[in-house]
Design a protein around this ligand. Structure first.
Ligand code: SF4
Length: 322
């Protein structure tokens, strides 16, 4: 992450568990539930922290970001790289999994650290500056019609880096769509600055945003308004969500999330089954539990507001519909 942006994340976030514990007024019992030195470092934007109930580690936002000793519980089938991402590494920062599109792992940095992140052990390639090798790889493969800017979080890159990247991608004739996968605005919506909006507006390719959120409580008026500004450029925004035990595994929570965002023009895209990464077995739900919730949602919501329930099965040619 660029130094200035990183300083901002540091200023606007808790990176020490003890500071967050003080802010959340945790009692001794709750402090005892926290993992002091988690292998995946702690990072929590203050904007999210103020939405967490005091002295409660069981709420939907606390569970997503506070590292609990539950992370030490093992589980059969829980592995370091559940989607086998490392086997899809190509030139530089490219992951090429599916035909026609590929992921550019722009950075390892995020605005927050989600405890269930399937890429928490990923060995992010270092260096590479302005993605010269990656651009060359995409140029040389005319079957690629879409590039997905992933990470980490692509909004961790500076405006200058993003502008340069979008310009290089825009110059590739066979490329049609540039997709951003981001969670950054949920923690720091100010990242959607006028300068960044200008860069998006100048793109010669269609841009699509996929934001990641798991509970409607993550949102507030500033976040929705920053996303509206992106939409006002003709950029569709879709939602992807991970189904997580104790966070969003009930009908009302999912209804509130999908209806709340649909009414803001953000349509649900995927509901992911948890990728079984080590340390996340306390979030795990069966396939049947997820399918039941989706069936129930169909009774209450219009079809466009019900996401597809999917799982990433390593080496399958696309996400598997459950
Ligand atoms: S923002 Fe995305 S990549 Fe970053 S920790 Fe959360 S889930 Fe992982």
């Amino acid at each position: 992450m660029e130094l200035e942006l990183w300083r901002r994340v540091q200023r606007e976030s808790f990176s020490k568990i003890s500071d967050a514990a003080d802010f959340l007024e945790l009692d001794e019992e709750n402090r005892g539930r926290l993992l002091e030195r988690p292998s995946f470092p702690f990072l929590l934007p203050k904007r999210i922290a103020i939405k967490i109930d005091k002295n409660n580690l069981n709420g939907p936002l606390a569970r997503q970001f506070l590292p609990l000793k539950d992370e030490l519980i093992g589980g059969q089938g829980f592995v370091a790289d559940p989607t086998c991402d490392s086997s899809f590494k190509k030139e530089g920062k490219i992951l090429h999994k599916y035909d026609g599109r590929l992921l550019l792992i722009t950075t390892g940095a995020c605005a927050m650290h989600c405890r269930y992140c399937f890429r928490q052990n990923f060995s992010y390639p270092e260096g590479g500056g302005f993605f010269a090798k990656e651009i060359e790889y995409i140029k040389n493969d005319p079957s690629i019609h879409e590039v997905i800017l992933s990470g980490g979080d692509p909004l961790s890159l500076s405006d200058m880096m993003l502008e340069n990247l979008l310009e290089s991608l825009s110059a590739i004739p066979h490329l049609q769509i540039i997709r951003f996968h981001t969670r950054f605005p949920i923690g720091i919506p100010e990242r959607i600055s006028l300068r960044f909006l200008e860069i998006l507006k100048n793109s010669l390719k269609q841009i699509v945003f996929i934001i990641h959120a798991n509970h409607f409580d993550e949102f507030d008026a500033d976040i929705l308004s920053s996303l509206k500004q992106v939409q006002s450029l003709g950029i569709p925004i879709l939602l992807q969500t991970v189904l997580l035990k104790g966070i969003n595994d009930d009908l009302q929570t999912l209804k509130d999330l999908f209806l709340g965002l649909s009414s803001n023009g953000i349509l649900p895209y995927y509901l992911h089954r948890l990728d079984p990464v080590i340390g996340t077995s306390h979030f795990y739900l069966s396939k049947e539990q997820g399918s039941f919730l989706i069936d129930e949602l169909r009774k209450f919501l219009p079809g466009y507001a019900v996401p597809r329930f999917v799982q990433e099965i390593p080496h399958a040619p696309y996400k598997t519909l459950l």
